[in-house]
Design a protein around this ligand. Structure first.
Ligand code: IPE
Ligand code: MG
Length: 219
């Protein structure tokens, strides 16, 4: 969900106003995905690299994410959406936010219409490191390590590999997002800044996805 800062800057507003405007984009995208029959949506909310931002912005983002959770989890629950988080729940994430995350996962855990997974304090490399640590700690023999075993130790082993990844704001990078999982995903890039993103933009990306031919290394 990239481009919040630039969206605000274009309007002469503080960067935080861009984050705040991103809430409507997120909710329209979630409901749009649900209406279209998407079963799984993962959004990149805060990366392991985002701690490098000024403390004020980091603090704003922590409070903002907590507020969104509190304000939105009931409607998601009512619409049978499962809301969960992937990423490191380490000491840098405020205790209170971790509690909200745990409550939300307990509240919506049995829902079945769609899973919304929020990548928070998430890094693709960190995820692979954490998987390797768990595998080594389990004492598995080196020859037993294969793709299946690594996938089983990722943050959410039940997550299907993404069919489509959409990157907003005119950047052509994956920025440490789902490094392992995106190996065969179709990538769509759009210049739309995140606060302007709406379900129509998601549908455009899905249409583009539908024109692609996926061969997975075959012919
Ligand atoms: C994405 O928007 C939001 C987060 C990373 C939390 P940015 O804040 O990166 O916006 P730009 O890239 O500066 O425009
Ligand atoms: Mg950015």
């Amino acid at each position: 969900m990239d481009g919040n800062g630039r969206w605000a800057q274009l309007r002469g507003l503080p960067r935080t106003e861009g984050h705040s405007a991103g809430e409507e984009a997120l909710m329209d995208t979630i409901w749009g995905a649900l209406d279209a029959g998407v079963k799984w949506l993962t959004v990149y909310a805060f990366s392991t690299e985002n701690w490098r931002r000024p403390v004020d912005e980091v603090r704003y983002l922590m409070n903002f994410n907590e507020r969104i959770l509190l304000n939105r989890r009931d409607e998601m629950n009512e619409r049978n959406v499962k809301l969960q988080f992937i990423g490191r729940r380490d000491w840098r994430v405020p205790r209170r936010l971790i509690r909200r995350i745990e409550e939300t996962e307990a509240l919506t855990g049995a829902n079945t219409a769609m899973t919304v997974s929020v990548a928070f304090n998430y890094g693709g490399r960190a995820e692979i490191i954490d998987a390797v640590r768990a595998i080594v700690a389990s004492g598995v023999k080196a020859e037993k390590i294969d793709e299946k075993l690594i996938a089983k130790h990722l943050y959410d082993p039940s997550m299907p590999e993404p069919e489509l990844m959409v990157r907003t704001s005119g950047e052509y990078r994956t920025s440490n997002f789902l490094m392992w999982e995106l190996a065969y995903s179709e990538l769509v890039f759009t210049d739309v800044l995140w606060p302007d993103f709406r379900r129509e933009n998601l549908y455009d990306a899905i249409h583009e996805y539908q024109m692609r031919e996926r061969r997975f290394g075959g012919l």
